[in-house]
Design a protein around this ligand. Structure first.
Ligand SMILES: [Zn+2]
Length: 61
């Protein structure tokens, strides 16, 4: 299974289109992985402007 990251919202998925912002193609060149469980109370989520829980890449090229 190849995982890819959305260049816009950094959401990681195994699909070819971002399920959140419908962007395609997604990048397989990403680094770092953060799992956001509680975006309301997560400093990382605030810093990355993430509002939904999920798995996100720190950097997407
Ligand atoms: Zn996206």
């Amino acid at each position: 299974m190849t995982e890819k990251a959305c260049p816009k919202c950094h959401l990681i998925s195994n699909k070819n289109v971002c399920p959140k912002c419908k962007i395609s193609p997604l990048s397989d060149d990403f680094s770092g992985l953060v799992i956001i469980l509680d975006p309301e109370n997560s400093l990382i989520a605030k810093a990355m402007d993430i509002k939904e829980k999920g798995r996100y890449a720190l950097r997407v090229r």
